[in-house]
Design a protein around this ligand. Structure first.
Ligand code: GDP
Ligand code: MG
Length: 440
């Protein structure tokens, strides 16, 4: 899938010490193919790659980011913007009752999503009113009635004998009387866009003050969803998009193209048949998920803010030449602490959950880190620079000074010497420490 494909591209880039125009172009060719395979429209993929390339070539490489990370960061930024930028809010502030109309093809998920949205709003303390306006199938009215009963949300008693536009005006009058603050209109769909359907929706639009027209599309239909969205937007001027069945859409093409093509934001996504399977659409999070990196970007940003690349290189050099002292160890602990709580940092590292599942693996934890810091602080400068000085009586003194036990002190010294041993083994294998190739 797209995530794996992009990961492959970035992995290749990581092998290069420096980004050149050539290897950027190569990588972007692959990104473009990956996007096309994910059913992103040709035009959108082309545009995307062009703007990433332009930024990658023009941008000064940040002090604390490797070239590979730099590219990932740019791709992420562009993905966020492709997906709509900031999270789009639904408009609920107008005069009450606020009216939301659902529109889309048959089977796209309008009725189910009307129910889900009513639930979401009800949970937020609003008083929704569900209005079935699909008069072609009695079963459609009943379907919404059943959802309303399950959610304990009132449903307008529509009949198939009434025109949809009249159902809507009557329902809104009723909502005013009953003090319902949000009216959700579920409309009919067709298998294909047709003029009768569009005329009916336009009639409602003309008669009623609509706060939102939400176009509902089945994400699994890929580019078709985008084409239909475009048509609805031309005829109705929709205000937002809801993509349903997103949990089944491994390719994500519709989500990636629809904003660029229609200019309208995705506001929600349906991720299952259950009534609570509706999520607010956050471009930022979705982009991170597409890149398959947990929240590694937040992590990169934090690192960028606090870790000085020169200092990191100095540290790497010390490690490689066996000059890494307990004092440097302390420095390192402080760098980590500057980035936030250890748990928080670790939760952003992909794969860390696997580590947590292994029972006997060393479990990094904040308390231990604090203890280690206190222990090193209780050492004299001489001791920090030469751990071999630290004999039994010194150990006792350090334990007393740091409010820990001799066992704790031994543990810190042991993990420090293990670290030195590990470094010795790693020496001569550049890249393991800084993530970059050493330049000869
Ligand atoms: P409508 O014709 O547009 O009103 O579509 P419906 O609301 O009747 O939904 C059509 C089918 O899609 C139903 O079987 C729903 O349960 C299903 N459906 C709707 N949204 C989702 C979703 O987000 N995920 C999944 N898996 N199924 C959905
Ligand atoms: Mg329906």
């Amino acid at each position: 899938n797209l995530t794996d494909r992009l990961e492959g591209v970035f992995k290749k880039l990581r092998g290069h010490g420096k980004l050149t125009e050539d290897n950027i172009q190569d990588a972007m060719r692959e990104v473009r193919i990956a996007l096309l395979d994910a059913d992103v429209s040709f035009k959108v993929a082309k545009q995307f790659v062009a703007s990433v390339t332009e930024k990658a070539i023009g941008r000064e490489v940040g002090k604390s980011l490797s070239p590979g990370q730099q590219i990932i960061k740019i791709v992420h930024e562009e993905l966020v913007s492709l997906l709509g930028g900031d999270t789009a809010q639904i408009e609920l502030d107008g005069r009450q009752p606020v009216v939301i109309m659902m529109a889309g093809l048959q089977g796209s998920g309008k009725t189910t999503t009307s129910g889900k949205l009513a639930k979401m709003l009800k949970d937020k303390g609003r008083r929704p009113y569900l209005v079935p306006a699909d008069v072609y199938r009695p079963a459609a009215i009943e379907q919404l009635q059943v959802l309303g009963d399950r959610l304990d949300v009132p449903v307008h008693p529509s009949t198939t004998a009434t025109k949809p536009v009249d159902i809507c005006t009557q329902a809104i009058a009723e909502a005013k009387i009953k003090n319902y603050d949000t009216v959700i209109i579920d409309t009919a769909g067709r298998l294909h866009v047709d003029n009768v359907l569009m005329g009916e929706l336009q009639e409602i639009q003309a008669a009623v003050q609509l706060s939102e027209i939400l176009f509902v599309a089945d994400a699994m239909t890929g580019q078709d969803a985008v084409t239909v969205a475009d048509k609805f937007n031309t005829d109705l001027e929709i205000s937002g998009i809801i993509l349903t069945k997103m949990e089944g859409d491994a390719r994500g093409g519709a989500a990636l193209s629809i904003k660029t093509v229609t200019g309208k934001p995705i506001k929600f996504v349906g991720v299952g048949e259950a009534l609570d399977a509706l999520e607010v659409f956050h471009p930022e999070r979705v982009a991170s998920r597409i890149l398959g990196m947990g929240d590694v970007l937040t992590l990169i940003e934090k690192a960028e803010a606090v870790v000085d690349k020169d200092q990191a290189n100095k540290l790497a050099h010390k490690l490689q030449t066996n000059q890494f002292t307990l004092e440097d160890f302390l420095d390192q602990i402080q760098q980590i602490k500057k980035m936030g709580s250890l748990d928080q940092i670790l939760s952003m590292v992909p794969g860390i959950n696997k580590l947590k599942k292994i029972k006997d693996a060393p479990q990094p934890n904040e308390k231990e880190l604090g203890k280690t810091e206190a222990i090193i602080r209780s050492m004299t400068l001489k001791e920090r620079r030469n751990h071999k000085l630290i004999n039994t009586s010194r150990r006792q003194r350090i334990a007393d000074g740091s409010g820990t036990s001799i066992t704790d002190v031994n543990r810190v010294l042991k993990s420090y010497s293990e670290m030195l041993k590990m470094m010795k083994k790693m020496r001569g294998k550049p890249g393991l420490i800084t993530g970059e190739k050493r330049r000869k």
